[in-house]
Design a protein around this ligand. Structure first.
Ligand code: SAM
Length: 262
């Protein structure tokens, strides 16, 4: 008799636990859906991709939202080195272009503080949804999310004091169109910092000579270049073309793939 009552109580306990699990899953699902609904383009489209030349070299496939373990990146002070070279300060608005899982978004959010903001931008909506979850858990309130297209970051005009593109340039399917459409989002005097490895684009790097050629083709000017600590790669800093200096998309000539970069 006693045993039967105990068994019933145990079954009831199991049922309550299962219902609690289902409720938690439903809440998580609803939260993900509402985050997904919040993530979209922040600006109207720029110039269409077919106005620009295609890159004359391989484009790497998007395979992961991160480059390396965050502990390792912190040990090399990757974010600190980039912030110093780009002179990032509290109060600025910084774009983390190709933000992925948000290694830099999180650190930039703390650096620019409550008076500043970070726009975490990516072409992969699922990565942005996951990042929005991370930012919510960390209670960071100065981060906005921006979905982009492979040829167009879709960012508001004159919104950024600086933009960083970390380990993502080689994945941009339409680099000439992308760079052209990025320029209007940069405020006067803004800088673009690109971090990549000295490897062929097919191997998830961009030889710096190729990078210089492609940015120059769109009218960007190189300001500085640094070798970052450890195996982080290089940081190349560019200023965007002034509105009056912007080339017509049809006048942009694609760079040839330097020998040995495939
Ligand atoms: C290897 S992950 C790097 C993520 C992050 N920047 C980091 O350093 O950990 C490359 C990211 O670039 C994004 N990406 C690729 N092409 C892009 C494009 N055209 N515009 C914006 N993001 C892009 C991918 O979705 C991916 O999240």
């Amino acid at each position: 008799m006693e045993r039967t009552r105990f068994d019933r109580l145990r079954t009831l306990g199991g049922l309550v636990k299962a219902l609690a699990c289902i409720a938690a899953l439903l809440v998580a699902f609803a939260a993900t859906r509402s985050r997904a609904a919040d993530i979209g383009y922040l600006a109207p489209p720029g110039v269409a991709a077919n106005e620009f030349p295609a890159p004359q070299r391989p484009v790497a496939r998007i395979v992961s939202p991160r480059r390396a373990a965050e502990e390792r990146r912190d040990a090399l002070n990757e974010a600190g080195q980039i912030a110093r070279a780009l002179e990032l300060k509290p109060g600025m608005t910084v774009g983390d272009i190709g933000a992925g899982s948000g290694y830099h978004t999180v650190r930039l959010s703390r650096l620019v503080g409550p008076a500043g903001s970070v726009i975490a931008q990516d072409v992969t909506r699922d990565y942005l949804i996951e990042l929005a979850r991370r930012i919510e858990l960390l209670k960071l309130t100065n981060v906005q999310f921006a979905l982009g297209e492979p040829h167009d970051p879709r960012l508001p005009a004159s919104s950024l004091d600086a933009a960083i593109l970390v380990h993502m340039y080689h994945e941009i399917a339409q680099p000439y169109a992308f760079l052209y459409n990025l320029a209007p989002a940069l405020k006067q005097g803004a800088r673009v910092g690109i971090v990549d490895l000295e490897l062929p684009t097919s191997k998830h790097g961009t030889p710096i000579a190729l990078l210089r050629c492609e940015l120059t083709a769109v009218g960007y000017r190189e300001v500085a270049a640094y070798q970052l600590a450890g195996d982080t790669g290089y940081l190349a800093i560019f200023s965007p073309p002034e509105p009056a200096e912007r080339k017509s998309p049809r006048d942009i000539v694609a760079c040839s793939d330097p020998v040995g970069t495939r």
